[in-house]
Ligand binder design. Sequence first.
Ligand SMILES: Nc1ncnc2c1ncn2[C@@H]1O[C@H](COP(=O)(O)OP(=O)(O)OP(=O)(O)O)[C@@H](O)[C@H]1O
Length: 364
Amino acid sequence: MARIDLNLAHSYKPQPRGDEDYALLPLQLTFEDGGAYALLGPSGCGKTTLLNIMSGLLAPSQGTVQFDGRDVTHASPQARNIAQVFQFPVIYDTMTVAQNLAFPLKNRGVDATQIRARVGQIAEMLEMSHQLDQRAAGLSADEKQKISLGRGLVRPDVAAVLFDEPLTVIDPHLKWKLRRKLKQIHHELKLTLIYVTHDQVEALTFADQVVVMTRGRVVQMGTPEALFERPAHAFVGHFIGSPGMNFIDVQVAQGRVRLGAIDLGAAGADLAGGKARLGIRPEHLALAPPGAPGVVPATVQRVQDVGTHQLITCVIGAGTTGGEPVAMKVRQPEGAPLPAEGSAVGLALMGAGTRLYVNEELVA
Ligand SMILES: Nc1ncnc2c1ncn2[C@@H]1O[C@H](COP(=O)(O)OP(=O)(O)OP(=O)(O)O)[C@@H](O)[C@H]1O
């Protein structure tokens, strides 16, 4: 296993001009030895490019990749000693499950007793012990992908195991189970695992640290809790959560936050005056009596029962915002009193979970 340090940028164009020509803008990231990481972001944000640079399938157009302080920027995947698991099964149909799992070890000349022990251990973790002697050809797509996962995890000496959307072909019910399983396996095997996905649930369940990317930029690397509680960039607030963070444009003047004529409260940081955005998660936004100090009037547009909780959509009118009306979602626990649709309510925008953004970056 290895600590991986990246300090690089990548453009697929020979002569990049602006930021838009870069698949990866300049970034600096460290993956610690033995950690469980996810690269999370929408399609096209650069996840696969970053993964391919780590594995050695692609050399960055600028900068370096280091494994344990050693420059491997131009080393092949074999020389880096990386295992990779792709979206679709990469296995030998004519071999048995056991032979498939043993293959990466056999290739490296590991002795037969050790191979048997490790294959047994991995098969047990993936609940495939009873299938060891079955030919892969007869198995379902789910089971074949489980073998691929096993082949990725079987070598104890790899620098890291890279997963590129590995649960795509897996049936939704089994997906949920495998996500948890992979986390458990990480605790037991202590391998460095890096998992690429566009699915926040997958990333947040699996990883201790999640790298959030958008348009070639790494906007935050943090624990699932940090991404939820203190999104460093407005994109993280919007992308993580279901639904994501509410945002509303405000003005900052003399240390106070104002929405049109309403003084919402202290900014909580020494900020230059000007435009800013408040970010408040539905979980942190509270209904309050209209007319109380710092409380913003709103109208209830919709009340939805989402099973474990209620989601109330409130609209702050154009007369208050000084611009367009803004919809804000409030999450109420099951059993909490619910306002009627169309009724007037108040929103306490400045709570403990409220964040302030300037140019999309967290400032308070
Ligand atoms: N071989 C290539 N040549 C030129 N441009 C590429 C190449 N591969 C990717 N790109 C571009 O680089 C950007 C990042 O793509 P990348 O595949 O890394 O994103 P991604 O986050 O993995 O997306 P997806 O989840 O859809 O695979 C995109 O704009 C894509 O069009």
